[in-house]
Design a protein around this ligand. Structure first.
Ligand code: ADP
Ligand code: MG
Length: 730
């Protein structure tokens, strides 16, 4: 039984005290159908709020089954409401974005029931209140009468012994009112139902007790129909909402209001994009602008790693296979020297183009054709490159000399490839494998220290400059020498003596003996070797094969190029574990840039922190506005027994669902861009340097934001009382 003894309720507002009701004495029993009437402002709502534990009282004592309540804390009241009271409001206070079924289900989930256990019972309740047809209709689409039926079904689902209804028909027409009151009566068996209404005539036939209020006092308290007074009001078993229900509701709430969903999606997406762009932008400037030179290597590409073997042996096919198996590696350049070598081609009319050697396989050209002879080359460059645009005609129709090295005659440009990724002032030359190999041998020559002995006697390299050139006129094992070298031979005759050529660098130290079979001079060179006489240097002519043997070195040093900068550290480690010494060009830049980098990183940190904080506050304010409209939802949860903790976790479920969804879509988007399925250059460059850790960090920031937001919002809604947030004051 519910008993009031001299209870008074006052309101303090702007220094004025208003009386809600005063000195009310009342005793209500289970099974009663209590009707309260009275003019507006007479204190009916105030009385109901006190009875249902939605509001406190100042004076006197309220007993529930003999237990005093005046000392109740907020939590005690929550417990009291959960055990005893369901409310039906004049303006329904349903969740408009939920269906009829979901509204009723909500009450049951909040009481710790499982989703699948309650299905049958909810359907029964829906039938009972006559809404079978509207089971899956959103509440916002129902008429007032239908809404109040849902509210009644929800109160029944809540299964409390006391149902309190404050003017449940106040917003309904008379036909609807009559049927609602009838329904209330039908459900009142075994419960204590307290109804405030103006429809005295309509309801009098059901009432077991009639209370009339005036000016905060009970004028009349008339028992019309005596019922069993012995029964105690049975308290309901209260259970907390299960974790899985909280999660379900969170996920449902993430999607059930489309406008909110879209707004939140946009907000989370903007945060993600801003953070990633900020980070990516910094990385780009760090990698591409601050670190681009090295004193020893001309090609100081960030993606390049120079390798040699820890045991100092040459690279073998097995090595290449092992290296190529690494998934981070884009390609290997087996002869490393060539990467740092710039060569040029020129023609008789002084068209002079220098460029690097292309190391990747070409399969098609934009202008002309692919080469099929060794003297044919293709040029790769930016479409705006002056040579490739304005000089195209001349380029394609003339013959060229290659780098002043006499390894090929009549060089021809047969094709052009345009590549927007190239610099617009430099080009790349693509040679046939055969010619490339010759260029490599020639380059090797530059990196090998060569000394000569005639009959075991060293020639002084400072006095004379010797060069070695291959010729097919010379037989294997033989050499042709300039006859001026005769001075180095006893009796001034070197013929049939031995020339020893020693080759030496950090990897090799060899010597080769050749027989001097001919001595050439200015006059006989044409006949002997079919070539021009060189005034500047003494040339040793030897056989092609011998030449190769001298200079076609084993590879002791190769370079690999990785696909993505962000994998650099991993790749270095992996290669090291495979027993290669590694030198990353990216990590071996000059020391001036190191200080710049340090300053830059500090700057980046500061900017990022400011950005994150700014984003946080902007987001917080936008979210606050969006979630203001959700106040009534969370208040409804409170009336159904939701604690602050429950409300916070449901909101957290909602926000994290949104964050996860948004982020997943973002990742799919990035994936498609990386796979070149979507072409979006901005993000392509932006995400080039961003690794998995950074992607995770941004995700973490989104989650933290969601959690903080939920906690703050939770504190806010619980600052105000249920009555205040509903604005339920008539
Ligand atoms: P009824 O429901 O019978 O129309 P109420 O219980 O709403 O009456 O109000 C009773 C009295 O208490 C009225 O004088 C009203 O002005 C006052 N009152 C009700 N709620 C508040 C409030 N939140 N703040 C100040 N005064 C209030
Ligand atoms: Mg009222």
């Amino acid at each position: 039984m519910l008993k009031l003894k001299d209870v008074s309720k006052f309101y303090y507002q702007d220094g004025v005290i208003a009386t809600g009701f005063s000195k009310v004495n009342l005793e209500l029993f289970l099974g009663e159908f209590v009707v309260i009437t009275g003019e507006s402002g007479s204190g009916k709502s105030t009385l109901l709020n006190v009875l249902s534990g939605l509001d406190t009282y100042e004076d006197g004592e309220m007993f529930i089954n003999g237990e005093e309540t005046s000392h109740y804390t907020e939590d005690d009241y929550l417990e009291y409401r959960r055990k005893y009271v369901s409310n039906i409001f004049q303006n329904f206070n349903l969740v408009n974005s939920y269906t009829v079924y979901q509204n009723i289900e909500l009450a049951m989930l909040m009481n710790g029931k499982n989703k699948k256990d309650v299905k049958k019972y909810i359907n029964e309740l829906i039938n009972k209140v006559g809404l079978k047809k509207y089971r899956n209709t959103h509440v916002s689409k129902l008429s007032g009468g239908q809404k109040q039926r849902v509210a009644i079904a929800r109160a029944l689902a809540n299964d409390t012994p006391i149902i309190v209804a404050d003017e449940p028909t106040g917003a309904l027409d008379s036909a609807a009112s009559a049927s609602i009151l009838k329904l209330l009566h039908e459900i009142s068996k075994d419960k204590l139902v307290i109804v405030v209404t103006h429809n005295k005539a309509e309801i009098e036939k059901y009432a077991t007790r009639l209370i009339r209020m005036h000016d905060g006092k009970i004028l009349e308290n008339k028992v019309l129909n005596k019922i069993n007074l012995d029964k105690d009001i049975k308290e309901k078993d209260v259970n907390d909402i299960t974790f899985i229900s909280k999660l379900r509701l969170g996920i449902r709430n993430a999607f059930n209001i489309p406008v909110k969903f879209i707004l939140m999606f946009i907000i989370f997406m903007l945060i993600t994009i801003t953070l990633i762009s900020n980070y990516g932008g910094f990385k780009i400037s760090e990698y591409e602008e601050l670190s681009n030179f090295n004193n020893f290597f001309e090609d100081s590409s960030d993606k390049r790693i120079v390798l040699n073997k820890k045991d100092k042996t040459p690279f073998t096919e097995e090595d290449y296979k092992l290296i190529e198996a690494n998934k981070n590696i884009d390609y290997i350049t087996k002869n490393d020297l060539i990467n740092d070598y710039t060569l040029y081609i020129n023609n008789n009319s002084n068209l002079y183009i220098d460029g690097k050697i292309n190391r990747t396989k070409i399969t098609k050209v934009d202008v002309g054709r692919l080469p099929d002879k060794d003297n044919e080359i293709v040029i790769i460059g930016h479409p705006d490159n002056w040579y490739l645009s304005d000089m195209q005609e001349e380029l394609l129709n003339d013959t060229f000399t290659l780098d002043d090295i006499m390894i090929i005659d009549n060089l021809k440009v047969v094709g052009i490839i345009y590549d927007k990724n190239e610099n617009d002032y430099s080009v790349k030359f693509s040679f046939t494998d055969n010619l490339l190999s010759k260029i490599e041998d020639n380059l090797n020559k530059n990196y090998i220290r060569i000394s000569y002995q005639i009959n075991k006697q060293y020639l002084n390299s400072e006095e004379i400059y010797l060069n070695i050139i291959s010729s097919d006129k010379v037989a294997k094992g033989n050499v042709y020498l300039n006859e001026n070298l005769n001075v180095y031979c006893k009796n001034n005759n070197c013929l049939n003596k031995t020339l020893t050529i020693n080759t030496q660098n950090i990897y090799v130290d060899e010597s080769h003996d050749y027989k001097i079979v001919k001595l050439y001079n200015k006059d006989n060179i044409k006949k002997l070797l079919d070539t021009k006489y060189n005034e500047d240097e003494y040339i040793v002519y030897l056989n092609n094969e011998d030449y190769q043997e001298l200079f076609h070195q084993n590879n002791y040093q190769v370079s690999v190029y990785i696909k993505e900068i962000k994998d650099l550290d991993n790749t270095l480690e992996e290669l090291n574990n495979l027993n290669y010494n590694t030198l990353s060009l990216r990590l071996s830049k000059s020391s001036e840039t190191e200080l710049a980098l340090k300053i830059f990183r500090i700057f980046r940190l500061i900017v990022t922190i400011i950005l994150v904080l700014t984003l946080f506050f902007i987001t917080y304010f936008i979210m606050k506005i969006i979630y203001k409209s959700r106040n009534s939802y969370y208040t409804t949860l409170r009336t159904l027994g939701g604690t602050k903790q429950v409300c916070v976790s449901i909101l957290m479920g909602e926000l994290t669902t949104l964050a996860i969804l948004t982020y997943s879509i973002f990742l799919i988007f990035i994936y498609l861009i990386k796979q070149n399925i979507i072409n979006f250059e901005y993000f392509q460059t932006m995400t080039k340097y961003i690794g998995i850790e950074e992607f995770l960090l941004v995700f973490l920031i989104l989650i933290i934001l969601s959690v903080l937001m939920s906690l703050r919002y939770g504190r806010k809604i619980f600052k105000n009382s249920i009555i205040k947030t509903y604005g339920e004051r008539i």
